[in-house]
Structures are given as structure tokens and as C-alpha cells.
Design a protein. Structure first.
Length: 151
């Protein structure tokens, strides 16, 4: 009975030593990985380096977010929507060789370029579009269609 108790105690202690050895090896490997590129291998230096890099990354992220916000506000004025309609304004010409091209920004501001093709000539007209409607000149049916396609 005394021998069985000693055997169990030695077995438990042996398992405990193996568990502690595994934990010590894992901790040592983790510390070596952290200190891989550090010349002075103490934990304080490693942690200070990590904190400095984290602060730098945070500042860079804030700068990128600020630039992205500026670009977002600027992009509202860029041409983002395009509408195109072909049509035949005159019965004597063949095919849909005339067209309306609407180029609009995010707020439906921009212009419509119209081409009227006849046998003798082709004429181009441009009209300003403000908030999806004509600005200064009324839009034709085809120009309104081009603006609708763009939106």
C-alpha cells in the first residue's frame, strides 16, 4: 500500500514536470519569436518596440482615413454616371445616327451632348444638367432619356 501511494505520487509529479516543461518550451519559443529582430533581447525593449509600431500604425491609419474622406467628398463632383441614347430625328435619313450622351456626377449635375445627323450635316449641341433636369435650356425627350439612363 505504501509502495502504491509512492508510485502514484511519483507518476503525478512526473506528469507535472512534463506539463511544465512543455509550457516552458512554448513560452521560450514565443519569446524567441518576439525577439527575433531585436539586438537587445529583453522583454521591455520588445514591448516598447511593439507599442511604438502600434502608435505609428494608428497615426498612419488616421492619415489614410482623413485622405479617404477628402477623396470621397471630392469624388461627388467627378463624372460617375453615363447615359447614351441613339435616335432618328428625321424621317429622310436612315438609321439611328443621332445620339444624346449624358455625363453626370453623383448629384446628377453635368451636361448632355446631343448630335443631330442629317443628310447635309451633323450638328452638336451641349446643354447643362442640374439635379437631373435642364439648366437654362429645356431638355428634349431623347436628352431626358439619356439623363434617366445615367441615373
Amino acid at each position: 500500500m505504501n509502495f502504491d501511494l509512492i508510485t502514484i505520487a511519483v507518476g503525478v509529479l512526473f506528469a507535472w514536470v512534463i506539463a511544465l516543461t512543455i509550457l516552458l518550451v512554448q513560452t521560450s519559443l514565443h519569446f524567441r519569436r518576439l525577439t527575433k529582430n531585436v539586438s537587445k533581447k529583453d522583454l521591455k525593449t520588445v514591448l516598447e518596440d511593439i507599442l511604438a509600431k502600434t502608435d505609428l500604425n494608428q497615426k498612419q491609419i488616421q492619415a489614410v482615413a482623413g485622405n479617404l474622406k477628402k477623396l470621397d467628398s471630392k469624388s461627388l463632383g467627378f463624372i460617375q454616371k453615363i447615359g447614351f441614347v441613339r435616335f432618328n430625328p428625321f424621317n429622310q435619313t436612315g438609321g439611328d445616327q443621332s445620339f444624346c450622351l449624358a455625363l453626370l456626377d453623383a448629384k446628377a449635375n453635368g451636361f448632355v451632348l446631343s448630335s443631330l445627323h442629317s443628310r447635309e450635316s451633323t450638328r452638336f449641341y451641349a446643354k447643362t444638367v442640374k439635379e437631373g433636369g435642364g439648366d437654362g435650356h429645356e431638355l428634349s425627350k431623347e436628352e431626358r432619356q439619356a439623363v434617366t439612363h445615367a441615373q
